[in-house]
Design a protein around this ligand. Structure first.
Ligand code: PEP
Length: 254
């Protein structure tokens, strides 16, 4: 049975305990939209408070270290975020690939650590504008994704989600065209089937991310092979985030 559309909020470095009211409102609204799986990844400091309050939504982390423990000042392990209540972790986000110079090998090691700690993984991939302009977007994303994902994942359809996020669309108000999204998601699907087999590879959800808002969500979520959205700015308030979840529910009904 196909998995439900997955709408995930990445709160990035936004939110304090005062923001818990938004998480609560998202959770209450998600209880009325059961056809859609809703989750948020707040800053580390809010993982446990959100987990404690949430009845419906899953809470996740925006990153984790590749080691279980040790002398890594300022870092946090997969087991630690799981202990705080996280059920998943976002890995390979372009902001970390760029600002923290994370490469594919490190991201793969983080994914292995996360899976070993019982977390689900949302693996991000995407191309810069100059790569798309040069006509190399598909080849770039497939290479990046293949090198970032662990070679084997048990129950991959359940444990893994891929998020295609063109870097030039993140936080810019620009979005890829439905045709470009369809082409990229179709290519990612073929790669996932090649990597994880027909059964799991066909089921793994592929999210689109990059300036998704309630106003454009319907069009994007209706594109073939789009299994949900990874949402930054528009996930910070329950109103806009749940507007996207509503569009996902409508896209599911066709
Ligand atoms: C993101 O950073 O994952 C993202 C999609 O951000 P935004 O929705 O703000 O473009």
């Amino acid at each position: 049975m196909p998995l439900r559309p997955y709408i995930v909020g990445n709160w990035k470095m936004h939110g304090t305990r005062a923001t818990l009211s938004e998480a609560r409102a998202i959770d209450r609204a998600a209880q009325r939209h059961m056809k859609v799986e809703v989750a948020i990844a707040p800053p580390y400091t809010l993982i446990h408070p959100v987990h404690r309050e949430a009845e419906q939504i899953a809470v996740g982390a925006q990153d984790c270290h590749d080691q279980e423990s040790g002398a890594h000042t300022g870092e946090i392990s997969a087991a630690m975020v799981a202990d705080a209540g996280a059920k998943f972790v976002i890995l390979g986000h372009s902001e970390r690939r760029e600002a923290q110079s994370e490469n594919d090998a490190l991201i793969r090691a983080k994914a292995q650590a996360a899976l070993a700690a019982g977390l689900r993984v949302i693996m991000c991939c995407g191309e810069a504008e100059k790569v798309r302009d040069a006509g190399r977007a598909v080849a770039h994303v497939k290479k990046q994704l293949k090198a970032s994902l662990p070679e084997t994942i048990e129950d991959a359809a359940e444990k893994l989600t891929v998020a295609y996020e063109p870097i030039w669309a993140i936080g810019t108000g620009k979005t890829a065209t439905p045709e470009d999204i369809a082409e990229m998601h179709g290519e990612i699907r073929k790669l996932l089937i090649a990597l994880f087999g027909e059964e799991d590879g066909a089921e793994i959800r592929i999210l689109y991310g990059g300036s998704v808002k309630p106003e454009n969500a319907g069009e994007i979520l209706n594109v073939p092979e789009v299994g949900g959205a990874l949402v930054g700015g528009a996930s910070l308030t329950a109103d806009s985030f749940m507007g996207i979840a509503l569009a996902a529910g409508e896209a599911e009904e066709g």
